[in-house]
Structure formats: C-alpha cells, structure tokens
Design a protein around this ligand. Structure first.
Ligand code: RP5
Length: 165
C-alpha cells in the first residue's frame, strides 16, 4: 500500500527546483513519504489556498515552502493552515535572496513560519528539520538522524589542510 504523504515540498516556480531539490533529496534519503509541487502564491493563489486548507486533513506533518523575491508563499500558506510551514528563501536574481529571506522571516506575531538559510543549505536544513520533527516518538527515524550526524562528524574529523610552508 502506498504510504500517505508526510511532508509537502512546494515552490513558487520550477526555477526554484535547483534549490528545492536539496530538500527532496534529504527526504528521499530518510525514506519520508513526500510530494513536490509548484504552487505559486501570485500566479495561482486559489491553488495555494486549496493546498494549505487541505494540508491538515491530508495528514501532512510539515510543508516546506521555497520562494524567491517577494516571497509570500510560506507566509500565505501559514495563514491558511496550522500545519508547520518551513520557509526556504530562494536566491533571487537581483538581491541574491536577501529579499526572499526578509519576506519570509519577518512574519508578524501570531502566524509563525520557521525560516532557514538562503539557498541550498536552507532547503536541505528545512528537510532535516522536518525529519527531526517526525523523529519525535519514532526511534528508528531518530537512529537514522543520529547516524547522519555521526557520518558528518567523521567526515569533519577526517578533513585535512595543506601542510605549513
Ligand atoms: C517566485 O518568483 C518564485 O519562487 C521564484 O523564485 C521567482 C522567480 O520566478 P520565475 O520568474 O523564475 O518563474 O515566485
């Protein structure tokens, strides 16, 4: 039987995919049932509201939302659902994503959006954060996450630098 989707990954445009695929890769790596869709806040606002309104009923544990520029997608999704929204600022052409970051992080009090770093690190970290949320009460997933961290530690310990002159 097909597993119910646990995490939705949405983005404002297919031009965001190069960034957001890093979230999807992490979810795949951890075996989290997920979907990835373009849901644009300003080009398809009705679809965006439908997605947010259906999220809780579909059993989504988190929505990872990436957008660039005047990045209102995460905030508008959060306005329509209490499913946690994890916002990823996508690097924009002119302001390199500082505009996206400010749009996402500066939510007024009462409607939170968890905001991650600009770009691929933020996309990957949003997915790791979703995994950490799902690991509550799921020891097998927690063990996978611990193993992921241990591999990073070992890789860092194995790092070498050029010898001194
Ligand atoms: C936003 O506008 C998208 O999230 C994207 O980052 C940005 C540019 O979109 P395109 O013009 O590349 O489709 O809606």
């Amino acid at each position: 039987m097909k597993q119910a989707i646990q995490v939705g990954v949405v983005m404002g445009s297919n031009s965001d995919w190069e960034t957001m695929r890093h979230a999807v890769e992490i979810l795949r790596q951890f075996g989290i049932a997920h979907e990835a869709r373009v849901v644009s806040a300003h080009r398809m606002p009705d679809d965006m509201f439908d997605y947010a309104e259906a999220a809780a009923g579909r059993g989504l544990a988190a929505i990872i939302a990436g957008a660039g520029g005047a990045a209102h997608l995460p905030g508008m999704l959060a306005a329509k659902t209490t499913v946690p929204v994890l916002g990823v600022p996508v690097a924009s052409r002119h302001l390199q994503g500082v505009d996206s970051l400010h749009s996402i992080v500066q939510m007024p009090k009462g409607v939170p959006v968890a905001t991650f770093a600009i770009g691929t690190a933020g996309a990957a970290n949003a997915a790791l954060f979703a995994v950490a949320m799902l690991a509550v009460g799921n020891p097998a997933l927690r063990a996978q996450l611990d193993e992921f961290r241990s591999r990073q530690t070992e890789a860092a310990r194995a790092m070498t630098l050029p010898p001194p002159d």
